[in-house]
Design a protein around this ligand. Structure first.
Ligand code: DX5
Ligand code: ZN
Length: 218
């Protein structure tokens, strides 16, 4: 069954605790944490210190940390120490993607590549045996609230086929512009970890989660 990974980027941080309690009570297992450096992407979010504080209060969530930073190797150990369970990073942001994957695996955590809309699946091909996750970005990274880029449905289908052929249990994550109105198509295209930010937090969170939970059960 597919899972929802709500992105805290869209959460009102003055209501963080209340909202995290709602997620917990609705049975949400993943939290998507977007780390942005104002360099790889034109926005700045939060880093290891904030992730650590959330981790201390909420040990039960699976921390799905999406690094939109240049030279992720410079922050990877701090993100691991902060409590990440999953780390995804962008292959364009480093000369040595495979070395980062090795570092994350040495810490016993899951690692994957996050692919920009124009980035092909080729970057996964020769390291597929070392990937736990492929993250298809369905918007240009940097901001919440953008529209799903339609061409990324095809990338999801291709990625799902690549995963099938690998015979490995790789998670196919999708991030950006997912809403209750397009999640059916996103699921049909093969995604099994679904990030949603603004569509969860900018509405009544409880009723949005009920809709997502219902659709994910099918
Ligand atoms: C965008 C981030 C996303 C973002 C998704 O760069 O990686 O995780 O929070 O937000 P929505 O669901 O609003 O597109
Ligand atoms: Zn993200």
């Amino acid at each position: 069954m597919a899972s929802l990974s709500p992105s805290l980027l869209a959460c009102n941080f003055f209501e963080l605790e209340k909202n995290l309690d709602i997620l917990k009570n609705k049975g949400i297992r993943y939290l998507h944490l977007d780390v942005m450096d104002g360099n790889f992407v034109p926005n700045i979010s939060f880093g290891p210190a904030i992730i650590k504080q959330i981790r201390e209060k909420y040990p039960e969530f699976i921390f799905d940390c999406h690094l939109m930073v240049n030279k992720p190797e410079n922050v990877i150990n701090d993100i691991l120490d902060a409590g990440a369970d999953i780390i995804t990073f962008h292959p364009e942001a480093t000369f040595h993607p495979h070395r980062i994957i090795q570092t994350v695996h040495k810490a016993g955590k899951k690692c994957g590549l996050a692919l920009n809309p124009s980035t092909g699946l080729e970057s996964c091909k020769y390291i597929i045996d070392d990937l736990d996750i492929i993250l298809v970005m369905s918007v240009n990274p940097g901001f919440g609230g953008q529209s799903f880029i339609e061409s990324q449905y095809l990338k999801l289908i291709d990625a799902r086929n690549m995963i099938k052929a690998s015979k490995k249990d790789i998670i196919l994550e999708v991030d950006g512009g997912v809403k209750t109105s397009n999640i059916d198509k996103v699921l049909e295209s093969g995604a099994d970890l679904i990030v949603s930010g603004s569509d969860v937090f900018n509405h009544n969170i409880e009723s949005q989660l009920d809709i997502y939970n219902q659709k994910l059960k099918r």
